[in-house]
Design a protein around this ligand. Structure first.
Ligand code: 9WN
Length: 439
């Protein structure tokens, strides 16, 4: 039920093209985000991809997540990237060699990964796929995946906990919103470690416009932060001594949402849902009480090293719409921010929800997570709005998402005002999440 108006795009054609994009990016056991820029398997991409694959083949949707969890570390972490051994070392930077040595608590023998995580959308995705196709095959997949998902969440809750109950990320890449304005201050404080010519090392610039990507200075700092974590064997003791340690509202809200899904998956496998319910409640409470900024009308990130809030309006700060028990006044405040001048939902020409406050002096409609509209964050908001019973806003958002893709193709991100397609083309989660919105 979307409100597309008289010039409705050809929905059957969009569905066909979305399916073709996912097929094109399938590599036998998993899907790449896109063949050129990202030739390996990415963690949260696979979760979003599974949500879309559920509309084409539930078997493939579960296979996608099973492949990802096959690279799970012994300490429970599910890695940000699982490297495809058939792809040359220098096809992506930083490639497998940069992350080595992987520690003993790392991935199974012979599997190459990074040492970071990404937002844990996976349990929510597994529940969504299972609910779309109830039956023996889904039950079997849930039984197989539940212990893996639970171990990943155990890792996050036990090893990544800071500031009495919130869960931290130790690299901007872990937030999934790499160059988010949230990270300007903490990243500025982190030393750049590599003196080498970073431009020469970067592979992303061969496939995407430099003006649409993070800067060289960002990359130099990204590498320095990885090196510090790697040099201590990716150990999570004393997290605050790492060069970067922050709490991100999207990451925490997605974890709380997924932890609730995990409680339901536990019930279905006969495991005890109690500890999941408890963790979800506790984290939700912490997010609501510690991360909301009333002056900005949204949630904000926290620099765990300094204890300071990072007061910016980014799309991450709206994602707690996913959470239950949102007090009415809080919901009203978030909706006002969402539909106000900063994000412009429902105010043409703005289409979809941009990644950053449109009115901020440093907003850039082309640069990655500093302005453009992305399908995955829009899908999270669409899911949150529906959960809050905000049907009209949800329908508006869905029709914006459809229009963006109908006009510009299956791009990685979009100019929030002109709708111009940006970044890579043939982008998997754009296709996958469009299928879900169209269902
Ligand atoms: C680093 C794959 C990934 C997404 C991230 C997005 C981008 C990688 C990069 O691409 O990050 O993880 O090389 O820029 O920021 O959210 O998962 O699509």
């Amino acid at each position: 039920g979307t409100t597309l108006g008289p010039l409705a795009p050809d929905i059957a054609d969009l569905r066909r093209k979305a399916a073709a994009t996912l097929l094109r990016n399938w590599r036998g056991s998993a899907t790449v985000p896109t063949g050129t820029l990202y030739p390996h398997q990415w963690s949260w991409d696979s979760a979003f991809i599974a949500i879309g694959l559920a509309h084409l083949s539930p078997r493939r949707a579960f296979a996608e997540l099973t492949a990802l969890h096959g690279a799970q570390w012994r300490d429970g972490r599910v890695p940000q990237i699982v490297f495809n051994p058939a792809v040359p070392e220098d096809a992506y930077f930083p490639g497998p060699a940069f992350w080595r040595p992987l520690p003993r608590q790392g991935p199974p023998a012979g599997v190459s990964t990074t040492g970071l995580v990404q937002p844990p959308v996976h349990a929510g995705a597994v529940l969504a796929v299972a609910d779309r196709h109830p039956g023996d095959a889904a039950d079997a997949a849930v039984h197989r995946l539940y212990p893996r998902l639970a171990r990943f969440h155990d890792y996050l809750f036990e090893r990544r906990r800071v500031a009495s109950g919130l869960v931290a990320v130790v690299h901007p890449w872990e937030s999934g919103l790499d160059n988010s304005p949230f990270w300007d201050e903490p990243l500025g404080a982190a030393a750049t470690a590599l003196a080498d010519d970073i431009t020469g090392l970067r592979r992303d610039l061969r496939h995407a416009d430099a003006g649409h990507r993070p800067t060289d200075d960002d990359y130099a700092r990204y590498m320095g932060i990885v090196a510090a974590y790697r040099n201590r064997g990716y150990a999570d003791d004393d997290l605050l001594s790492l060069p970067f340690c922050t709490v991100d509202p999207l990451f925490c809200a997605v974890l709380a949402w997924s932890e609730q899904a995990l409680a339901e998956l536990a019930r279905r496998t006969g495991a005890d849902p109690g500890r999941h319910d408890e963790r979800a409640r506790e984290l939700t409470h912490q997010i609501h009480s510690r991360l909301f900024d009333p002056a900005l009308g949204c949630y904000v990130a926290l620099d765990a090293r300094t204890g300071r809030h990072l007061p910016k309006r980014t799309v991450s700060g709206l994602v707690p719409l996913l959470l239950p028990d949102l007090p009415a006044r809080r919901r009203e405040a978030l909706l006002a921010t969402l539909t106000g001048p900063a994000f412009g939902l429902g105010s043409p020409p703005v289409r979809g929800v941009p990644s950053y406050d449109l009115t901020a002096s440093d907003a850039d409609p082309h640069r990655y997570w500093r302005g453009p509209t992305w399908m995955n964050t829009n899908w999270l908001l669409w899911t949150g709005l529906r959960r809050q019973g905000e049907t009209r806003h949800a329908e508006h958002l869905a029709s914006d998402m459809i229009r963006l893709v109908a006009d510009a193709g299956f791009r990685e991100y979009f100019d929030p005002v002109t709708g111009e397609g940006l970044g890579a083309d043939h982008f998997s989660w754009t296709a996958a999440l469009l299928l879900d919105v169209l269902a």
